[in-house]
Design a protein around this ligand. Structure first.
Ligand code: AMP
Length: 365
């Protein structure tokens, strides 16, 4: 019998999930209010709001299992679905990760090192928190932040008023600023039976809070520690599916930044750079199938196309480069596609990556 997977959200992550699952004989239904949802090319599309009860009922009826591609889904919608059909990862993971406070409390409970953090619900709280963290510090909204949105780096006391005016209408946390050497992430998958697998660490470069470049790291010194951190989270949540944990490396310390209870942009290189991609293993996990090998198949790096994508023929002219166009209308700051470079020859790989980055930077906005 064909398994049908429902995905709440129909953007590029849902699109790549469906593209990975179709060869396995899986079918997909997305729920997304956007008529031009990118995943609709590879799935059936229920084009309604995320809190539309009739649409949620229809999704539950048409699918054997439900998953999701983003965190900011109304909790009531997830509860409604979970009462009718299995939801993986469990809504608890979603609820924890959508609030930076509950997420950080979980890290602390599990003994995962992280920057100091304090809740800020008033101007007086902000003063008190800054007195503890010192400056610089990072003020963040507890919910609805992504790609560096909803954040303010406080560098001097004079910034506090502006930061408070900009963000103070919602619950906040203040974090100590981490003078990190590198940002890395670990992407891992856990099956229904509790089997866990990890891809190589990804080293990530951001600009303006948006991921620009992710490179697989065959011998990252933090591999074991990062695997240990994410394992604790996966097991504590009895998690099913792919999770990403973003981390700061500072000296010999590894600090957790945030987790994503879903496939993640820093794992896109696994499509070409690993035996089984994060997308395929996510759909395998939620469908109750065995996980595939996450072994790497050479050097791999992913370059995001931000705001606009280079001309496809210029990208495809490069050897060992794979283009992923999300079919989205170009707009400043929007991820409209990515390309992956991979290969076994390090010199050739670096040369192609450099050329790809020039093409991406030339049109980024
Ligand atoms: P986030 O939305 O929390 O992932 O933050 C987006 C980016 O802001 C991160 O990838 C870092 O580059 C930077 N950032 C966030 N929190 C901190 C921090 N506490 N210290 C230094 N940089 C940070």
């Amino acid at each position: 019998m064909t398994t049908t997977i429902g995905i709440v959200g129909g953007g590029q992550l849902a699109r790549m999930l469906a593209l990975a699952g179709i060869p396995l004989g899986l079918r997909f239904v997305i729920l997304d209010p956007a008529p031009d949802a990118g995943a609709a090319v590879a799935s059936e599309h229920i084009c309604q709001a995320y809190d539309d009860l009739v649409a949620l009922n229809e999704l539950a009826e048409r699918c054997d299992v439900i998953t999701y591609e983003f965190e900011n889904i109304p909790a009531s919608a997830m509860a409604h679905l979970a009462a009718k059909v299995p939801v993986h990862p469990a809504p608890e993971a979603l609820a924890i990760s959508r609030d930076r406070l509950t997420e950080k409390n979980l890290f602390r409970e599990l003994g995962i090192e992280l920057p100091p953090y304090f809740t800020v619900d008033s101007r007086a709280d902000l003063e008190a928190a800054v007195a503890k963290t010192g400056l610089p510090a990072v003020l963040k909204t507890r919910t609805l932040g992504y790609d560096g949105k909803g954040q303010f780096v406080l560098r001097a006391h004079a910034n506090l008023d502006t930061a408070w005016k900009t963000l103070g209408s919602v619950p906040l946390i203040l974090e100590g600023f981490v003078p990190f050497d590198r940002e890395i992430s670990i992407v891992a998958a856990r099956s229904i039976g509790g089997e866990i697998c990890y891809w190589l660490i990804s080293e990530n470069s951001h600009q303006g809070g948006i991921l620009r470049l992710a490179r697989s790291q065959p011998d990252d010194p933090f591999t074991r520690q990062a695997q240990g951190y994410v394992k604790r989270i996966l097991e504590r949540l009895q998690y099913v599916g792919v999770m990403a944990l973003e981390l700061f490396c500072v000296g010999d310390r590894l600090l957790a930044n945030e987790m994503a209870p879903r496939v993640h942009n820093s794992g896109h290189w696994t499509i070409e750079g690993a035996e089984t991609s994060q997308f395929e293993n996510h759909v395998r996990a939620v469908a109750g199938l065995p996980l595939g090998s996450t072994a790497s198949v050479g050097h791999a790096a992913m370059v995001n196309f931000i705001g606009a994508a280079p001309i496809p023929s210029e990208v495809l002219e490069l050897t060992d480069v794979h283009l992923h166009d999300y079919g989205k209308t170009p707009r400043a700051g929007r991820k409209v596609g990515h390309a992956t470079v991979h290969g076994v020859d390090a010199v050739r790989f670096e040369a192609q990556l450099a050329r790809l980055r020039v093409l991406a930077d030339a049109v980024a906005c």
